[in-house]
Design a protein around this ligand. Structure first.
Ligand SMILES: [Fe+2]
Ligand SMILES: [Fe+2]
Length: 442
C-alpha cells in the first residue's frame, strides 16, 4: 500500500494531503502524527514508510532532526520533506518553506513512489470518483453534482446534490446514518471538487499557526475562494463574513512588514498572482502613505485597508485587474459579460461594502470614485475637482503599486516613478499626496 507519513500539528493538513495525494499520486493512506515522539513510536512498531513529510519544528521540538536521527540510525532508505526553510535538497531530504505549496510536494511524493506523469495520465479513473463523506462535513455547497452509490444496485449511482446547491449538515449526517462512507463526483469534476474542498479547508486553518510563506499562500487561497463565491452566489452573509476575515488577514500581513521590499520579495517567492500582489502591495502603500499625510489618522488607515481590499473584488482574474482605461477594456479578450462586470466593478463593489455591518463610513463613495467617475461606471483619465482627498491617496497608491508589480526592479528607482506620476497627475492636490508617497520606506 502506498502510504505517506505526516508529522504535523496542523490537523487540517492531513485531510488536504489525503485528498490531493490520493488524487494526483494514488497515495492510499496518510499516517498522521502530531510530533516526532509519536511518529518514532509508530516507526519503531510498524517500520518506516518510503515517504515522510515533517515540519522542521513543532512547539519547540526539533521534529525533523529527531526523525532524521532515528531514520539514519536504522540505515533505511526513506525520503523526507522538511517544511521550514526552502533549501536545495541533500540526498533524500527536501526542504520546502510551505506545507500549502502542494505542487512540489506532489512531485516529490510521485518521484519517491515511482509514479510518473505518464502513469497518472493513463490511470483508469472510475466514472464516479469516490470522495470520503467526511469532506462534506466542511462544506455547505457542492461545486459539482454529487452522487451516492445505490444500496440495492451497487455500481449504480443516484444524484443527491445539484451543482452549486447548498446542503445542510443534517442532510450529510443522514447520508452517513444510511451507511454512506463515500459520496461520488463525476470523474471530469474531480479536480474542481478537490481544489474547492482544499481551499475551504485551508480557510479553516488558524493563520497564526502558519509560517510567513504559508500565511501568504493561505490568504491568497481564501481570496481566490471568495472571488469565486462572489461570482457564483453574490453578496450573502457567507461571502460578507469571508470577505471581512480575508481583509483583516491581508491588512495584518501588509502591516507586519517593515519594508515594502520584504513584502515584494515574499510575494515573488510565493509566485503570487498579479491580482493578489496588487491587493497586498496596495494595502501596504496606502496604509504607509497615510502616516506621512498631515490629516492621516489610524481611522483613515483602516478605511484604506478596506478600500484596497474591496475596490476590485469583483475582478477575478489577472487580465481583468490589469485593465485601467476605456481602451484597455475595449481591446481586451474578455467575454461580453466579463466586460460589463469590469465596466461596473467600482459601483458593484461600492454596493457590496454598503451592506457590510461595521464598515467604516464613506468608503463606498471612495470605492465608487476609484476610476475617476463619480458613479462607479467606466474609466476616466481626468479626475474632477470633486473627487475626495482619500480617493486621491488611493488612486496614487494604486498607480504606484501597479508600477512596482509590473516591473520588480522599479522599486530601485522610486524617484523615476514619482516623476512620471507627477506628470500624469499635474494638479496641486495630487502633487501634495504624491509627496507623501516619496516618504514611504521601500
Ligand atoms: Fe484596482
Ligand atoms: Fe478598479
Amino acid at each position: 500500500m502506498n502510504s505517506v507519513m505526516l508529522v504535523e500539528s496542523i490537523t487540517e493538513l492531513e485531510s488536504i494531503y489525503a485528498l490531493n495525494l490520493q488524487l494526483y499520486v494514488g497515495v492510499e493512506e496518510i499516517i498522521s502524527k502530531k510530533k516526532a515522539e509519536f511518529a518514532i513510536q509508530y516507526l519503531e512498531d510498524k517500520g518506516i514508510p518510503p515517504m515522510i513529510i515533517a515540519r522542521e519544528s513543532i512547539d519547540g521540538e526539533e521534529t525533523a532532526k529527531l526523525l532524521l536521527n532515528y531514520i539514519s540510525s536504522k540505515n533505511i532508505d526513506t525520503t523526507l520533506i522538511v517544511i521550514g526553510k526552502e533549501n536545495p535538497p541533500t540526498n533524500n531530504i527536501h526542504f520546502l518553506s510551505s506545507a500549502l505549496d502542494l505542487k512540489p510536494i506532489i512531485m516529490i511524493v510521485a518521484q519517491t513512489l515511482g509514479v510518473t506523469a505518464h502513469d497518472m495520465a493513463n490511470k483508469v479513473v472510475p466514472t464516479y470518483f469516490p470522495i470520503p463523506i467526511t469532506y462534506f462535513t466542511v462544506l455547505n455547497r457542492a461545486v459539482c453534482e454529487v452522487f451516492v452509490e445505490k444500496v440495492d444496485h451497487p455500481g449504480e449511482y443516484a444524484k443527491v446534490i445539484e451543482e452549486n446547491a447548498i446542503f445542510t449538515q443534517d442532510f450529510i449526517q443522514n447520508l452517513i446514518r444510511q451507511g454512506n462512507r463515500e459520496l461520488f463526483v463525476h470523474k471530469d469534476h474531480r479536480l474542481t471538487f478537490v481544489n474547492n474542498v482544499s481551499a475551504e479547508i485551508i480557510n479553516k486553518i488558524d493563520i497564526e499557526m502558519l509560517n510567513k510563506d504559508e500565511q501568504i499562500q493561505a490568504t491568497e487561497s481564501t481570496s481566490d475562494l471568495l472571488a469565486k463565491k462572489l461570482e457564483l452566489v453574490g453578496v450573502t452573509e457567507e461571502t460578507v463574513q469571508l470577505a471581512n476575515k480575508n481583509m483583516k488577514q491581508i491588512a495584518g500581513l501588509a502591516k507586519k512588514n517593515k519594508k515594502l521590499s520584504y513584502l515584494l520579495e515574499d510575494l515573488l517567492r510565493n509566485r503570487s498572482s498579479f491580482r493578489y500582489r496588487k491587493i497586498m502591495i496596495l494595502s501596504y502603500i496606502a496604509i504607509h502613505m497615510m502616516k506621512h499625510i498631515d490629516w492621516g489618522t489610524p481611522e483613515q488607515e483602516a478605511k484604506l485597508s478596506f478600500i484596497a481590499f474591496y475596490h476590485d473584488i469583483f475582478l477575478t482574474s489577472d487580465d481583468e485587474v490589469m485593465i485601467k482605461s476605456k481602451k484597455d477594456l475595449r481591446d481586451s479578450d474578455l467575454s461580453g459579460m466579463k466586460k460589463t462586470i469590469v465596466d461596473k466593478h467600482a459601483s458593484m463593489a461600492a454596493e457590496l461594502v454598503s451592506q457590510i455591518p461595521k464598515a467604516p463610513m464613506g468608503i463606498d463613495t471612495i470605492i465608487r470614485q476609484h476610476h475617476g467617475n463619480m458613479n462607479g461606471i467606466g474609466f476616466s483619465e481626468h479626475y474632477g475637482a470633486n473627487i475626495s482627498p482619500l480617493a486621491i491617496v488611493f488612486i496614487i497608491a494604486e498607480d504606484f503599486a501597479r508600477e512596482l508589480i509590473l516591473d520588480d526592479k522599479a522599486r530601485f528607482n522610486k524617484g523615476k516613478i514619482i516623476r512620471t506620476m507627477k506628470e500624469r497627475y499635474p494638479t496641486a492636490r495630487f502633487a501634495k499626496i504624491i509627496d507623501a508617497l516619496d516618504k514611504v520606506t521601500i
